[in-house]
Design a protein around this ligand. Structure first.
Ligand code: HEC
Length: 98
């Protein structure tokens, strides 16, 4: 029984619920093609949005990347409203809090 509980606790940690970021239409429309439907990284060099790097970035850092772009990451200034960008930041955050 203890083993079963441990296994299900471990898999609950690995498979994040598909709520928040990954069910945000702004994410699905703009970001999922590179960062993946489940934000675990995907194609065109988009890194996972669930990482130590993201977890240790400040809200300002994340806002800066999304607003101004970085490397192959396009900029979303003028494409998303500041409110939409703030919502994405909060949702990225909550994917990175255990
Ligand atoms: C064309 C592909 C592409 C799209 C579309 C895209 N990204 Fe990115 N994103 C990248 C790449 C590539 C990087 C890595 C940039 C670097 O560090 O040089 C990145 C980095 C990031 C980072 C920083 C992660 C880190 O590890 O430093 C965040 C946060 C992020 N993207 C969020 C988003 C959000 C939110 C959207 C949608 C509004 C989005 N991205 C759309 C490709 C993309």
């Amino acid at each position: 029984m203890a083993v079963l509980l441990a296994v299900s606790a471990a898999s609950a940690q690995n498979s994040r619920p598909l709520t928040g970021l990954t069910s945000n239409p702004a994410y699905e429309k703009n970001c999922a093609k590179c960062h993946g439907k489940n934000a675990g990284g995907h194609r065109f060099g988009g890194p996972s949005l669930i990482s130590i790097k993201v977890a240790s970035a400040s809200d300002q850092d994340l806002r800066n990347v999304i607003t101004n772009g970085k490397g192959h990451m396009p900029k979303y200034e003028g494409k998303l409203t500041p409110e939409e960008i703030d919502a994405l930041i909060q949702e990225i955050r909550s994917l990175n809090t255990k």
